[in-house]
Design a protein around this ligand. Structure first.
Ligand code: UD1
Ligand code: UDP
Length: 384
């Protein structure tokens, strides 16, 4: 019996950790599972826990409005020492991705000499400032982790180049793709439609009317300030140039995002600013949209499963696979470039069709099974 502690704290961590938690819980004779929510995100997690049917064993209740990186890191590291590691005494700690929760749990595992498994290991831009602070967080995790679950061959090659021992790496696919498959196979069109109409009547009506939709998300810290204003001005110009399109934008609750977005975009008749959407509605809206404008990591991975072209509103991406496969284009932060690329997607049918028909390079829905099978192997040795 292995004692496994799962730690997550933000929306994407839960979406990507859920398939592993649910799978592991199917083997109570092999694993004792403890679920820890740092609650780095609060409102953005609540409905998700219900959707996946995951009960939290430990809630660290860390979130406060307008928190900074010092608050989250220091609060979490002392919470891990006091409340968790000395009480539950896990054999393994599982973290996912590159958030401050991930970093803090990884550092705590190192201090307490408990083996660390890192899910979605090996993503890199090789630019410490982009994304900030995520590139640092994931590199620290790679220094600490004893088991590295890589979503793609590119991620695996990054770790090998950095000197990580091959025996400690496993190619799995991204667990976020497991979640999207789970969602699409468990619920039918009628459920998705009803759910979105219940949650947001106005969007339900747009869908009923067959409106052409572009979906937008933005939240990266390195954009805050003038770069962010450049991007939202590009969105404003696009909405003016394409008045028949509905630009649907669930706005991240971080005040560095929500304040300028409201100030600059709220009076545009065809831009719909919404609170963060529940995962079910968001995926359905992505399925119905014409294309997606985003700086999100997870959304870059999900869109090809729904046949949606992506314009990545960032200078770099640690997910080059979508660009290489042809489902995504790196639009950067420059407003003219964003406007040109989006306009091209509306006008160049051949390009649009090509970008819509790409097989998802990020996974095939089996990542959680591969990870749990790996940990079940009794012969598994921890090579450092
Ligand atoms: C965090 C992660 C980022 C990840 C993103 C996913 C870090 C440093 N950043 O960024 O890697 O891509 O989550 O969404 O770990 N807020 C709420 N309610 C919520 C969540 C956030 O009001 O449920 C507001 C709060 O004012 C909070 C702010 O958003 O202070 C920022 O949240 P934080 O977790 O610090 O950073 P994110 O930008 O969400
Ligand atoms: N997502 C969601 N509602 C939204 C926006 C995004 O459920 O309003 C989901 C999306 O499907 C993806 C994840 O949140 O699974 C991505 O999270 P985010 O963009 O916040 O973080 P990142 O992936 O960039 O770390």
């Amino acid at each position: 019996m292995k004692k496994i502690l799962f730690v997550f704290g933000t929306r994407p961590e839960l979406i990507k950790m859920a398939p592993i938690i649910l799978r592991m819980k199917q083997f109570p004779e092999d694993f004792e599972v403890c679920v820890c929510n740092s609650a780095q995100h609060r409102d953005m997690l609540t409905g998700l826990l219900d959707l996946f049917g995951i009960d939290v064993d430990i809630d660290l209740n860390i979130m406060k409005p307008d928190q900074d990186l010092f608050d989250i890191t220091s609060g979490l590291i002392s919470a891990f020492k006091k409340d968790i590691l000395q009480v539950f005494k896990p054999d393994w700690i599982f973290v996912q991705g590159d958030t401050t929760t991930t970093l803090s749990a990884a550092m705590s595992s190192f201090y307490s000499r408990i083996p660390l498994a890192h899910v979605e290991a090996g993503l890199r831009t090789y630019r410490m400032d982009s994304p900030f602070p995520e590139e640092f967080n994931r590199r620290v995790c790679s220094l600490i982790a004893n088991r590295h679950y890589c979503p793609t061959k590119t991620a695996e090659a990054n770790l090998l180049r950095e000197g990580v021992c091959k025996e400690n790496i496993l190619l799995t696919g991204n667990t976020g793709i497991d979640s999207i498959y789970w969602l699409l196979s468990n619920y039918d069109e009628q459920f998705f439609k009803q759910n979105i109409s219940n949650k947001c009547e106005a969007i339900g009506e747009l869908i009923e009317n067959g409106q052409r939709i572009v979906l937008i998300t933005l939240h990266r810290r390195e954009h805050f300030g003038s770069t962010f204003l450049n991007i939202i001005n590009a969105i404003k110009t696009l909405a003016e140039n394409f008045p028949d399109v509905s630009w649907i934008y669930p706005v991240h609750p971080n005040p560095n995002v929500s304040v300028p977005v409201k100030e600059h975009l709220q009076n545009m008749p065809n831009i719909h600013l919404l609170p963060p959407m529940d995962y079910v509605s968001f995926i359905y809206l992505m399925k119905l949209s014409y294309f997606v404008l985003t700086d999100s990591g997870g959304v870059q991975e999900e869109a090809p499963s729904l046949g949606k072209p992506i314009l990545v509103l960032r200078e770099t991406t640690e997910r080059p696979e979508g660009i290489e496969a042809g489902s995504a284009m790196l639009a950067g932060n420059d407003p003219d470039c964003i406007i040109d690329m989006a306009t091209e997607l509306f006008t160049n049918k051949k390009l649009y069709q090509k970008m819509s028909g790409i097989q998802n390079p990020y996974g095939d829905g089996n990542a959680a099974k591969i990870i749990v099978d790996d940990l079940k192997k009794s012969s598994f040795k921890n090579v450092t």
